[in-house]
Design a binder for this molecule. Structure first.
Ligand code: ADP
Ligand code: MG
Length: 238
């Protein structure tokens, strides 16, 4: 579960084509990093996969099923944003439960999922606080916890660490990679940070101006970049 396929995805805003014929195969359980400079279309591509936005043309498949016209809620994916997107007036527990209460899931099941995710992310003592009483790193853990309790078939993370300071970013990077190992779920991780991409990814998708320049393992990208752009982007931290 959690294989994601993109077939000839194009996305235009008005006359501007920001995603240009992107095709990709993401196998179940892989941690794939989309990397590329600001404005190259990473967030747009993630929003198309999540169902928050519709492609102009092309198809999106999850586990072989065409979900291009399926709503975000019914795709079984969970998204984590750079801005955390927590509800300020709700407790951590309520934030994590949000959306699940309207399903047929028993309250006890919701509670136990929250407890388990909180233990995994070491935010148990924070469950009754509000987001305003948390540090940036704690808020991002809550946002990740909210994704985990949904037990999605895949996680989509859009620059989840870029609001954190460098030291915490390093810690969280390692924790997210460990979490991926533990959950074994497909993860698409978007970043403009080459180091993050190189250290976390099973495979890296290098994007430039809405085009996939290369898809490969970090080692192969480093050793055999397809062109000067990839070589410059991966080789030289800016
Ligand atoms: P990235 O996440 O890689 O920084 P984005 O996917 O946010 O890039 O944006 C890709 C391009 O699409 C940018 O040129 C951006 O200005 C444009 N874009 C994104 N969303 C919209 C929108 N809703 N309307 C018009 N242009 C958009
Ligand atoms: Mg973005």
């Amino acid at each position: 579960m959690g294989a994601i396929t993109l077939e000839n995805i194009v996305k235009s805003f008005g006359a501007v084509e920001v995603i240009r014929d992107v095709s990709l195969d993401i196998p179940e359980g892989e941690l794939v990093v989309f990397v590329g400079p600001s404005g190259c279309g990473k967030s747009t591509l993630l929003r198309l996969i999540s169902g928050l936005d519709q492609p102009t043309s092309g198809h999106i498949l999850i586990d072989g099923k065409d979900v291009t016209r399926v709503s975000a809620a019914d795709r079984g994916l969970a998204m984590v944003f750079q801005s955390y997107a927590l509800y300020p007036h709700m407790s951590v527990r309520q934030n994590m439960a949000f959306g699940l209460e309207n399903t047929r899931m028993p309250k006890a099941e919701i509670a136990s999922r929250i407890e388990e995710a909180a233990r995994m992310l070491e935010i148990g003592p924070l469950l009754d606080r509000r987001p305003g009483q948390l540090s940036g790193g704690q808020r991002q853990r809550v946002a990740i916890g909210r994704a985990i309790v949904r037990e999605p078939t895949a996680f989509l993370l859009d620059e989840p660490l870029s609001n954190l300071d460098a030291e915490l970013r390093g810690t969280m990077r390692a924790e997210l990679a460990a979490l991926h190992g533990r959950l074994g779920k497909t993860m698409i991780y978007v970043t403009h940070d080459q180091i993050e991409a190189m250290t976390m990814a099973d495979r890296i998708v290098v994007l430039r101006a809405g085009v996939v320049e290369q898809v490969d393992t970090p080692l192969n990208l480093f050793n055999k970049p397809a062109n000067r752009f990839v070589a410059g982007f991966i080789g030289a931290p800016r």
